[in-house]
Design a protein around this ligand. Structure first.
Ligand code: MF3
Ligand code: CO
Ligand code: CO
Length: 296
């Protein structure tokens, strides 16, 4: 046991926005998303060395899971099979899948195909077809620490326009991460991503964002992937959060949650949506991506 974590209080403007509703007073859904997912302690946990080392290990297991699953993502496989493989891989690596039973989520990964934005539930009914895109989102708990990452894979060979869309989404995440360092504002993430992807007439999903992570699955702060004053928070060494933009292949950023299962989030206009996610640490002079797989 090391010293207890240091805390940075969230600035008032961030708390206010979190408590209110960025999509307008009639959109009850957006408010419930926040209540549901964020701890709402109004504190950003600054991690110490021991915690960082633990979160790094959990993050590597999550990243190794994404690398392990890649060759299994082929035409004809169903997402329940991918779920089982990822589950077993995490358990073999002394990790617990964080999504399993999280607020009732029934599976060990999220699998989001084509127009599914996020929180897709693995199922034997979801069989991959050539040209599909699928995001696999893995969060591993190892020795009590959390690491969270995701990737969008292409099944077989997709239309070049789709391949380009997926690669632009990954570049958007990477450009935002490269802008991180102590003293910069967290909102540099949203402005970087929004400016970049809107050039291609894509849009940034607003209802979901990144989050602090490490000692819990979802910690403060909420990380916006579009430009938002809420994220005018000065970055400090020892902060750990995810950067996980969800990008729609159209100008419409609106999403709809399934009434049937209460989880699956789809684009409103049925356009494709892609996502990449890393867990990132703010270091003394820049950043470190924690969710990188082992070499080899
Ligand atoms: N891993 C997702 C994230 O990036 C959260 C999934 S929560 C679940 O934050 F309940 F849908 F599994
Ligand atoms: Co996340
Ligand atoms: Co995730």
């Amino acid at each position: 046991m090391g010293p207890i974590a240091q805390l940075v209080e969230l600035p008032a403007h961030n708390r206010m926005v979190r408590g209110s509703n960025p999509l307008g007073p009639t959109n009850k859904f957006a408010a419930s998303v926040r209540l549901y997912f964020y701890r709402g302690a109004d504190m950003i946990i600054i991690k110490n060395k021991e915690q960082i080392d633990g979160i790094r290990k959990a993050s590597i297991i999550a990243a190794n899971t994404l690398k392990y699953i890649e060759p299994f993502i082929v035409e004809g496989v169903n997402t329940e099979q991918l779920n089982q493989l990822c589950h077993d891989f995490m358990v073999q690596n002394n990790a617990i899948p964080a999504t399993l039973n999280y607020h009732g989520f029934p599976k060990s990964i999220c699998s989001s195909i084509n127009n599914v934005v996020c929180h897709g539930i693995p199922s034997i009914k979801d069989v991959l077809k050539n040209g599909d895109i699928i995001n696999i989102d893995v969060t591993a708990i190892h020795e009590g620490y959390f690491g969270d990452c995701s990737k969008t894979y292409i099944v077989g060979k997709a239309n070049p326009k789709i391949t380009e869309f997926v690669s632009i989404t990954e570049t958007a995440m990477n450009l935002a991460i490269k802008a991180l360092k102590p003293g910069n504002l967290l909102s540099i993430i949203g402005s970087t991503i929004q400016t970049y992807v809107e050039q291609f007439s894509y849009s940034v999903v607003r209802d979901y964002g990144g989050h602090g992570v490490g000692l819990h699955f979802h910690e403060d702060p909420h990380v916006s992937h579009f430009h938002n004053k809420e994220n005018e928070i000065i970055l400090k060494k020892g902060m750990i959060f995810t950067v996980e933009p969800m990008i729609n292949m159209s100008k419409n950023w609106r999403v709809v949650t399934s009434k049937k299962d209460g989880w699956t989030v789809r684009t409103k206009d049925k356009s494709l949506s892609a996502q990449f996610e890393h867990t990132v640490l703010i270091t003394s002079d820049s950043y470190e991506i924690l969710t990188l797989p082992d070499e080899g």
